[in-house]
Design a protein around this ligand. Sequence first.
Ligand code: SAM
Length: 301
Amino acid sequence: MLFIIGLGLGDERDITLRGLEAVKSCEKVYMESYTSLLSFGLDSHGLSNLEKLYGKTITLADREMVEEKAHHILEEARHSHVAFLVVGDPFGATTHTDLVVRAKKMGIHVQSVHNASVMNAIGICGLQLYRYGETVSIPFFTDSWRPDSFYEKIHSNRTMGLHTLCLLDIRVKEPTLESLARLGLVWFGLVYSTSSSWFYSLLMHFFFRGRKTYEPPRYMTINTAIEQLLEVVQERQQPAYTEDTQCVGFARLGSDDQMIIAGTMKQLQMVDFGAPLHCLVITGNTHPLEEEMLEFYRCRT
Ligand SMILES: C[S@@+](CC[C@H](N)C(=O)[O-])C[C@H]1O[C@@H](n2cnc3c(N)ncnc32)[C@H](O)[C@@H]1O
């Protein structure tokens, strides 16, 4: 049996009673560490807090592990109870649906335990959840890669008067350019080697695999997101939004030190929202009651 269990947004105490019971019944517990993180996940004691409360050893499952070793996790779930913990709600990110589909295709029984998600916690600012359009993801721009497909979605939402939730990029365990280059060289060796050097190339491949190095984790801030959003509208006629468009910035939702500030893009760009995670809402048309609630969070600078 595979239990896919939402942990909520705050800390280890946000698991539901049903979730806790499920974790305690499992022989193996994995926790995904790439689509989100708990506020205390930044601290090296974070995992042990979870382990203490749940009374289980937890194996961190990064993207590489879930993509490359999902079969192994699922094979374990065929014969025993396995928990897969997800920060927020298991279905608050598209990634975990794939694991569920694979499990069901293998005939493994799947049980989901829901919890609070960023998708509903943003309701705290007073913008009505049923007045949102399509959610967008904003990726980090690089010198050569500046994808702006989120713009059309925001445009379409705002044309319909709907709010837009912008989820901000998380980069964890990104291989360094150096290790990518090494890997490329090894593959080049594998493909072009003669039969006599084939075994040598294979050895090299495994040698370098063990020494893959990673960039430090990066979490997009609201400030960077706004900078990129404004860059994308620079050349557009009748842009979907401007620096004077009303937004709401959220940091560490669900934690004791969560921050929620409403203001124009220009105003929010000047705010220091502190530690991750951050997300941003671009408002559509607002109802007077929504405006009344936003007043409690208004930026005073
Ligand atoms: C793919 S979503 C993960 C959703 C998660 N499974 C859930 O249900 O909440 C990750 C993005 O949501 C936003 N996010 C997640 N948790 C957040 C929090 N506590 N406060 C602010 N933004 C958050 C960030 O922009 C982050 O990059």
